[in-house]
Design a protein around this ligand. Structure first.
Ligand SMILES: Nc1ncnc2c1ncn2[C@@H]1O[C@H](COP(=O)(O)OP(=O)(O)OP(=O)(O)O)[C@@H](O)[C@H]1O
Length: 272
């Protein structure tokens, strides 16, 4: 479980550029679970992601990962091992000369023996469907393939929690779908705890819980169906409905006897 208690974060405190990014956040993320974090630009999502694995230290309040406080310097290595962070741009994360070298990097830092690193590379490449690219230099890969390698690098370290900060932003619709399918599999089959930050509402319909950030605060927490039933509130928070939900809403407004919100195209086609 990750427990976030009265968490606030201020950039450059005490200077003229002081910026309060997060205000009094409280949240419990059980394990395993699939949480999505949504919110308009500048609402504090990336700052929150960096606080979850101790990359940033709270200005006040606490982030506690399986009983370990990110403020405790003696536990920070253990916390980072357990909370993997995947960034928006894989180029910022990939450093190896080949795919396998890149995936091995984190494991080598953990001081694992070569046989175990080999096993973990095999597992991670398989999990992201990149076995055939093992010897490739990363610069020859597409954006979607690079993002898969970045995820594999985190996976090989076997973290219990995986925080993904807008991992599909740079990808085309096909690449986005592939990454989301990998993320769903990590939750459903590998029982990882997923914390996915995204601007794409189509990606969050699979989450167990959606957390809505607005102006550095959590303004709502609920299942996709609960969150997407609040059309007007979402508008206020600068968020859209998924396309399928927009269609079901239009049909409802035109007098069709249809439940709202509908989340998936399959559900919508059944009703139609
Ligand atoms: N290094 C920094 N120094 C000062 N202010 C910062 C810094 N990084 C972020 N901020 C500010 O903190 C607030 C929260 O930023 P953050 O990047 O966490 O938002 P976000 O929800 O991830 O936004 P986006 O959706 O655009 O990625 C914003 O107002 C931003 O301008």
């Amino acid at each position: 479980m990750i427990k976030v208690e009265n968490l606030s974060y201020i950039y450059q405190p005490g200077t003229s550029q002081e910026k309060v990014a997060l205000k009094n956040i409280n949240l419990e993320i059980p394990s395993p679970s699939f949480f999505c974090i949504v919110g308009a630009n500048g609402s504090g999502k990336s700052t929150f992601a960096r606080l979850l694995n101790g990359l940033y230290t709270p200005t006040s309040g606490d982030v506690i990962v399986d009983g370990m406080n990110t403020k405790d310097e003696k536990r920070i290595w253990e916390i980072r091992k357990n909370v993997g962070l995947v960034f928006q741009n894989p180029d910022n994360q990939i450093i190896g000369m080949t795919v396998e070298e890149d995936i091995a990097f984190g494991c080598e830092n953990l001081g694992l023996p070569p046989e175990e690193i080999e096993e973990r590379i095999n597992f991670a490449l398989k999990a992201v469907g990149m076995e055939e690219y093992r010897k490739y230099p990363p610069y020859l890969l597409s954006g979607g393939q690079k993002q898969r390698v970045a995820i594999a690098g985190i996976l090989a370290m076997m973290p219990k929690y995986i925080v993904l900060d807008e991992p599909t932003t740079m990808l085309d619709p096909k690449g986005r779908k592939e990454i989301i399918n990998i993320i769903r599999r990590l939750y459903e089959e590998e029982k990882k705890t997923i914390i996915l930050i995204t601007h794409h509402m189509e990606e969050v319909i699979w989450a167990e819980k959606i957390v809505v950030f607005f102006n550095g605060e959590i303004v709502d927490l609920g299942t996709p169906r609960e969150i997407f039933s609040k059309d007007e509130k979402l508008n206020e928070w600068g968020l859209n409905l998924p396309i399928t939900t927009r269609i079901s809403k239009c049909l409802l407004e035109r007098g069709f006897n249809i439940p709202h919100p509908i989340l998936t195209p399959e559900e919508l086609s059944l009703w139609l």
